[in-house]
Design a protein around this ligand. Sequence first.
Ligand code: PMT
Length: 408
Amino acid sequence: MSLIALGVTGGIGAYKAVEVCRGLQIHGHDVVAVMTRSAARFVGPLTFEAITRRAVITSQWKFGMNADIEHVAIADAIALLLVAPCTANVIGKFAHGIADDFLTSLYLATRAPVLLAPSMNSNMLVHDAVQRNLHTLAARGVRCVEPGDGYLACGWIGKGRLAEPAEIVAAAVAMLAPVDSALSGRRVVVTAGPTYEDIDPVRYLGNRSSGRMGFAIAAEAQRRGARVTLVAGPTGLEPPAAEEIVRVRSAAEMHTAVMRAAARADVVIMAAAVADYTPADPASRKVAKTDGPMTLTLRRTPDILADLARLPSRLSSGVPILVGFAAETDDAEARGREKRARKGIDLIVVNDVSRSDAGFEVATNAVTLIDAEGECAVPLQSKERVAAAILDRVEWFVRARTAPPVRA
Ligand code: PMT
């Protein structure tokens, strides 16, 4: 049995949180309800008090609340923070670290996993501000139960309705289930984001990678109990929690960081969009413009995956297991197959980046996993779910190859 903090915020779906609370209890969990001021306008705290048999937290400023700094005490005690319904307002506060009431302070104070069930008008849901906030939270490892389609309280029909209580309960229960993963205790290196290749002190060659795909893999590997080293190129997104985070800028820096981490790794997953070329002779001072064209001579960057494939441990025992990505716009699968063979890696994740809803920057992806055993299409879904599909396959490799026990 785990203690779950059930955050209830001010949306019309607040009444459904009562059913969520009951569902969690039926699964054997203990619930403490934390209501925002607006939530208490939709449903009475007494209802939650009667069901949870615990005092309902509605304010940070009640007498007795600060005797043992309640939000910190609860933050330590809970196994999960679930917010259902979660309004656009609270999503925004979580994303930006605003702690102006008990629930938002609890979010910052807890190290427990966080699950949100957003609920709002469909135009609000697709608004750039809300989407960006959701992306920020997803990159931090916060999970969401997708809102449903249908009639909304405001009279509109569209996406934004609070997911069904049973779905929310199932997602919460799954997050609390002990993870029986082949990755548990394994050292996993994940790369994410772009690399920047400097032309001079103010200009560089870069690419559109946001780091989102690699961050989702790192977060999922961490959830499965892996000891994750995340090697991240320059990106504006906040990385998820990991045992070690190494920030790099260029392909050469990424090469150094990955080769160092790979010496002890069981698995290396290269989701980063590493530059293939870098300026041969970067200028130490800003290059002045002229009226004529500019010629830039580029040289190849070190091929990190190919170097990993030549590691002695890899040649002798097949460890680390190597996963590469192939970002392609034409003949994606055929090129992916060829790339896997040429780089001498176990699994390649083929990413058709000609689609607007997959690949660079967006929150969703659709890929094909190719290895020596065959191919498997992973249809369009959130990058978090794609990450889970990739790691399911990686686990198969870890089991099949019976990788040696984790080295200290
Ligand atoms: O970051 P996001 O916005 O979420 O976007 C995700 C993504 C599109 C960046 C990701 O899904 C993806 O496809 N990553 C690989 C992009 C890429 O560089 O593909 P490639 O086909 O050029 O490289 C093939 C593989 O070799 C990659 O695993 C790459 O990390 C690796 N590589 C490339 C160059 C190099 N010098 N060394 C390498 O190891």
